[in-house]
Design a protein around this ligand. Structure first.
Ligand SMILES: [Zn+2]
Length: 68
């Protein structure tokens, strides 16, 4: 049964949201993912984004705010 709503899983190392069938994180190369995450933030320009600085995000992309 497909899980409704969660089409993404979150990288535990950098919090990037990737498709559930991805093998490794396109941002940091980690293979450690979590299905338990909350909130989505889309970073377009990490150098100018306060949220990106707060979360320690250095590359543009889609990230989870909280990863369990
Ligand atoms: Zn990652």
């Amino acid at each position: 049964m497909p899980v409704k709503g969660k089409v993404f899983k979150a990288c535990r190392r950098c919090r990037a949201l990737v498709s559930r069938d991805a093998i490794e994180c396109p941002i940091c190369g980690s293979r450690d993912f979590s299905d338990e995450w909350e909130g989505v933030v889309i970073i377009i320009d990490p150098e100018r984004s306060e949220i990106a600085k707060m979360l320690g995000i250095e590359k543009p992309g889609r990230y989870a705010i909280k990863v369990a």
